[in-house]
Structure formats: C-alpha cells, structure tokens
Write a protein that binds this ligand. Structure first.
Ligand code: GLN
Length: 454
C-alpha cells in the first residue's frame, strides 16, 4: 500500500510506470502474508518490484513501450518474472523504457520521457534517467519500488543505474533466460536487476537467473548464493585498468572518479594493474551494426497480424506497411533501416560479417587480460552524468547519443558480466557510476568488489 501510494503521488511527474497493477499487487501480497503466517515464506516474500515493459506479464499490458504492440496482453509470463513470483515477489506494475529498448535516454518511448528524480544542485531543469531501462532506474531511485527488472543489450541496465545513483548488473550472457522478453538483439540481450544497493542486486539476480529449456542460450550452471559474496575480502585480487577507456574529451571528474575507485580497491587489498584492450575503439561501431541487424530481423514479426496494432490497407502488403509505418517510432525505424542495409546482399560481407569478426577480437582482448591473471576490470560506467531532456546536441545527432554507450557495449559484445555501482557525485551534485567487468559466470566477484565501492 505504501508503494502504491508513493506511485500515485509521484508518477505523474516522473512517468516511470506506464501501467500500475494495484489489484494484482494486493492479491500477491495477501498470498505472501498467508505463506508468512504459515511459516512457508519464500526468499523474496512480499518484496514489491517494478517490471520493465519488455518482459511479458500474463494478462497485463506488455508493449515494449511501442505503439505497434498497442493493447497486447500476453497469455504467458516471461521466465525471469515467473522466477521472481515463484520466490514470493509482488508486482507493482510495468515500467517505462525506450521503445524496444533502443535508446540511452528513455526519450524514444511511445509513452513519453521519464524524468530523473535527481536534479543538478540549484537547477529546475529536468534530466533524463538514461536508457533504455530509464523507468526501472527512476522508479528504484525514487522509491517507487524496492527493485526492478531491466535488460541490457548495450548498456541499458548500467547507464541508467549510473545516471540515477542505483546499482545495476548485466549478468553473463546466458545467466538469465530471455524467454518472454521482447527480443531486440538476441545475441546481446540479457536481463538483470536494478536495485538500491549491491546486496539487493545480488538477491534479485539470484532469483532471476536460471537455465530454461525455452531459451537454448541459457546456461545450465548452478546459480550461486550471490548474497554470500557481500562482505567478502578482495585481498590479493587483481584489478585491471584498461588504458583504452581513457577516451578523448573525457571530463576530468570522470577521471577523478576512476582514480578514486582505484584507491578504494587498493586500500581494500587489491592489486591494481594496467591492462590493454586494444580493440575497444571498434566496439561501438561494430555494436551499431550487429544490434540493428538482429533488431531488423526480430522486429519483422510485428506485422499487424500476430499482435497489437493493425492499420487496415487495401491488401495484406498494404496492411503490413501501414501498420509498421504507424506503429514504430523514428529510432526503431532507423535501426530497421540500418539493419536491413547491413544484411543485404553485397553489404553483408562488408559490414555484418566484419562486425562479427571485430566482435571476436573484442572478446579475445578480455580473454587475454583474464588469462594474464586479472580478476576484474574497473572503468567509469558512462562518459558523463545525466544530461537534460531534449538536449539540443544529442537530440539532433543520433551518433552523439550512441557515444553514451562507449564504456558499456564492449561487455555485451564479449558476453561478460558488468555491474554499475554509484561512485560519488559530480560538481553539479549528480550521481556518477563506476563499472566492474568480470569473467564469464563470475558475478560473485563483481558483487563483492562493488560492495567495497558503494
Ligand atoms: N543505448 C543502446 C542502444 O540504443 C543500448 C540499448 C540497450 O542496452 N538496450 O542500442
């Protein structure tokens, strides 16, 4: 009831929720109460969560914040959300996001921008919460849920977490099932939590993660007790500092934050080593070929027949065209056009195949660093703090907007786990995040190291 009241009071301004499900929440909470009374409590009993609109929720509108899915109510539940409900968690509603998770500011949502609960000191200017999981991050930061589900294809958990002073982890590719999550770029998409602190993130991921016969890329490895890693020592751990992440024009504050992170980890007994990840500079351009290519294929299913919106036409092809023209927003159309172009005959070898080869090189950079004894890698999470809504520079230049992902996309390209953890405030009083990157399926290392920083 307290969370629902908070949503009623604040959501009109923040716009984090696009659907609130108070009846469902109360019904689930009652079931929790009953289990607690009978001493049958489950690990997440009664914990109220917000769900990114990309996750299918049975009987509850699921639109990926796109007009093309208008009115779609799935008859099934995503595996990740089902895992949370099986552990006793309670659903408060569906969270705003960039349309089909394409964006870094939550400004591509059909349901409008989300406002970051943070503002610069002495300023009335509204800021973006980051994207694409902007609703998840803003809801957690504003106490409109105790934690949220999110997804990360190229930074969409970690960048919004950094912009809102929350914790977000993208686990290793395969750790969580993608079943029932609207696909953006299937070889990069991963679900993960956004939470108020590292312990909460660890608890939530432990519930979300599972092998799933309905997603053959989910991995059959036991899910460790992530919470047990909180408070463990990092003495003797080797932390790599990649020189390629010191990009041109990076604000001094970000460099200072990074150095502060280094100092904290050194003080806690870690050994700091300089490393090189030489293919870093190709990650962003390669990502913006691979991700749109997969997106253009995945989004072919929105044809006016199977789900959501249908705009009638004179014949079936005309109906497809009118539905897709009306249903998709600008950014999504841009991705479909880039994707179909790089996959087309004659360009496939020049762009898509080369991007896939570059991806292998990026992955190998990390493998070599880990083989040389590095346990985790520390970088800034983003090249800046949260920027203004409808920022003139960014709104008119999609490539500039894409630069937001410069520190995060490498992790998706390599399939590795990455966590964003608050590192401090900038001169405007806005949160800045640090990122830790780990070895495949070693999320525990990230939790224990991030806990030292938070
Ligand atoms: N901002 C990136 C993009 O627009 C990443 C999005 C994501 O991780 N879902 O593609």
């Amino acid at each position: 009831d307290a969370y629902i009241a908070a949503i009623e009071a604040a959501n009109e301004r923040i716009n984090a929720y696009i659907t609130v499900t108070p009846e469902k929440a109360r019904e689930m909470a009652k079931a929790s109460d009953a289990r607690i009374a009978e001493s049958r409590a489950r690990p997440l009993e009664g914990i109220p969560l917000g769900i990114k609109d990309l996750f299918a929720t049975e009987g509850v509108h699921t639109q990926a914040c796109s007009h093309v899915l208008d009115g779609f109510k799935p008859r099934y539940e995503s595996t990740v959300t089902q895992n949370l409900w099986n552990d006793g968690a309670v659903m408060l509603g569906k969270l705003n996001m960039d349309e089909f998770a394409m964006g870094s500011s939550n400004e591509t949502s059909y349901y409008g921008v989300v406002k970051n609960p943070w503002r610069a000191r002495g300023s009335n200017l509204d800021l973006v919460p980051g994207g694409s999981s902007g609703g998840s991050a803003a809801a957690v930061a504003a106490h409109l849920c105790a934690g949220a589900t999110a997804t990360d294809t190229g930074g969409s958990i970690r960048q919004p977490a950094a912009f809102t002073g929350t914790v977000g982890i993208k686990p290793t590719y395969g750790r969580c099932s993608r079943w029932g999550i609207a696909a953006f770029a299937s070889s990069l998409d991963q679900a993960g939590p956004i939470a108020r602190d590292v312990r909460d993130a660890a608890i939530l991921l432990g519930s979300m993660a599972s092998v799933d016969p309905k997603d053959t890329t989910s991995v059959d490895l036991p899910v460790p007790d992530y919470e047990a890693s909180i408070g463990q020592s990092i003495k003797g751990m080797k932390i790599g500092i990649p020189k390629e992440y010191r990009v041109d024009g990076m604000p001094e504050e970000i460099e200072a934050l990074w150095q502060q992170g280094v100092a904290w980890l050194r003080d806690a007994g870690a050994e700091i080593v300089d490393i090189s990840l030489p293919h870093t500079k190709y990650a962003l351009p390669a990502y913006y070929i691979v991700a749109p290519a997969e997106a253009s294929s995945n989004l072919a299913r929105y044809d006016g027949v199977r789900y959501g919106l249908r705009v009638d036409g004179k014949d079936i092809v005309d109906m497809y065209e009118k539905t897709r023209a009306a249903g998709f927003g600008r950014e999504v159309k841009r991705r479909i056009m880039i994707g179909t172009y790089v996959l087309s005959a004659g360009y496939y070898d020049a762009y898509y195949l080369r991007a896939q080869k570059v991806r292998t090189l990026i992955k190998r950079d990390f493998e070599l660093a880990f083989q040389a004894g590095v346990d985790a890698i520390l970088t800034p999470a983003t090249p800046s703090s949260a920027f203004g809504i409808a920022d003139e520079d960014l709104a008119s230049d999609p490539v500039k907007m894409y630069l937001n992902d410069i520190f995060t996309v490498t992790v998706n390209m390599a399939g590795l786990p990455g966590i964003a953890v608050p590192g401090g405030l900038d001169h405007k009083g806005l949160p800045l995040g640090l990122q830790l990157i780990g070895k495949p399926f070693e999320e525990e290392t990230l939790f224990k190291t991030a806990h030292i920083i938070e």
